[in-house]
Ligand binder design. Structure first.
Ligand code: OVV
Length: 400
């Protein structure tokens, strides 16, 4: 409930990192949006924005709402980060500009061309396997299995130790949250995952031609220093797998729940790319990020002092009725432009082309080869401080 309004900012007692919230965040998202353009969450002593206009405004003023003090709850000006800060995510211009340019090049349309064929073949192969099984878990056997069959190879990872990739990513996204049980337990168990990742980021452990080797090659071009390269590889290992797992999981969950939309996709498989984009808007696999104010600032009438954390509810913005018609409807023909599922502005997902291609290629294969997706049991939710997705989704598919 709203406990009070102080300095024009409504205070709410909601905990957006509690399991009960994760189980059904939508009623609370509505309360957060309706309470005002800027709210204050007493549970964690942070400001919050849940409307599209304010989330967009914060994302697009990186000088005032900075990333270099961390994009989780922890303020790097006051607390040592749990791992060395990311050189791209947790950086501001001008440092960010240089590292961003490097990863932009590594994940460019030209780079994507190099892997398109393999990604498309892997999607067909995955659907072959699933059509043979008929009944399977759409999370483990599809949403995880497909990215795992392409992304580690595209990066150039050796086969051993890949079982650490999803636990490491899950840790990274839990660590953006407050010091709750999810974060603390993830960090306690992190040592083996962290040492695996550190080793895989080294130049000698990355096969030639992959995204990882491509980052190290930027050292030879003089774009980055040798010690920066492994940390940029770490960014791809942190952000490149669990995000697409949850994006593809979201899309399959949408198509299974809304069979009229799957029918529409089947009748026009060129809608695959937009069907994936709409799933990213509708479910918002990345639910939240924080910024930190670099000065006293007024935002939509609210005064926010310097050094405050601002929690951006990307998922709430993606269903803000001020911005979207029928925001709670999954519509694969919707104009999805302007959703903030990939962020917005200078930090907007640098891997978005790769992510969208993975989603598109899998949905296109399903559209062409599957007649029906039926949910055959109660889906279970996976709880994470930042990522939204399922743990299990039992389905049966029928061939076209
Ligand atoms: C967008 C994102 C998520 C998690 C980690 C990173 C980036 C990183 O740069 O390490």
């Amino acid at each position: 409930m709203t406990s009070a309004t102080q300095n024009g900012v409504p205070h709410l007692d909601v905990d957006p990192f509690a399991l009960a919230f994760f189980a059904d965040p939508f009623p609370t998202h509505e309360r957060l949006r309706e309470a005002g353009p800027v709210v204050y969450l007493d549970k964690w002593n942070v400001y919050g924005v849940a409307r599209h206009a304010e989330v967009h405004a914060v994302l697009n003023d990186p000088a005032t709402f900075c990333s270099s003090r961390g994009v989780g709850l922890s303020d790097f000006a006051k607390e040592k980060p749990w791992r060395p800060a990311s050189l791209i995510l947790e950086a501001d211009p001008p440092a960010h500009t240089r590292t961003r340019a490097v990863l932009s090049r590594v994940l460019s349309p030209t780079a994507l061309k190099q892997v398109r064929e393999r990604f498309a073949a892997a999607a067909e192969e995955r659907v072959d396997i699933l059509l043979e099984k008929r009944s399977f878990d759409a999370i483990a056997d599809l949403a995880e299995a497909f990215p795992l069959s392409i992304f580690p190879d595209a990066l150039g990872l050796r086969p051993e130790g890949r079982e650490n990739l999803l636990p490491y990513a899950s840790l990274v996204f839990n660590a953006f949250g407050p010091p709750n049980q999810l974060r603390q337990e993830a960090i306690e168990r992190s040592a083996p995952h962290q040492s695996y990742i550190a080793a895989q980021c080294q130049r000698e452990n990355l096969t030639p031609g992959g995204f990882g080797a491509c980052i190290h090659a930027q050292v030879d071009e003089g774009a980055i220093t040798a010690p920066e390269a492994p940390l940029l590889v770490r960014s791809l290992l942190s952000a490149g797998l669990d995000t697409t797992v949850n994006g593809i999981g979201a899309a399959v969950y949408c198509l299974a729940r809304f069979p009229d939309q799957f029918e529409r996709l089947r009748s026009d498989p060129t809608l695959a790319r937009n069907a994936f984009e709409e799933a990213v808007r509708f479910e918002s696999p990345v639910q939240t990020f924080f910024r930190t104010t670099t000065r006293d600032v007024e935002l939509s009438g609210a005064q926010i002092p310097e050094g405050e954390k601002v929690l951006m509810f990307l998922a709430a913005a993606n269903r803000d009725p001020r911005r979207w018609d029928k925001p709670d409807t999954y519509d694969i023909t919707r104009r999805t432009a302007g959703h903030v599922g990939y962020g917005s502005g200078i930090h907007m997902c640098v891997g978005q082309l790769v992510a969208r291609f993975e989603g598109e290629t899998m949905l296109s294969a399903l559209a062409r080869r599957v007649a029906k997706i039926e949910i055959t049991g109660e889906p279970t939710r996976r709880f994470n401080n930042t990522l939204r997705g399922l743990d299990t989704l039992p389905v049966t598919i029928t061939p076209a």
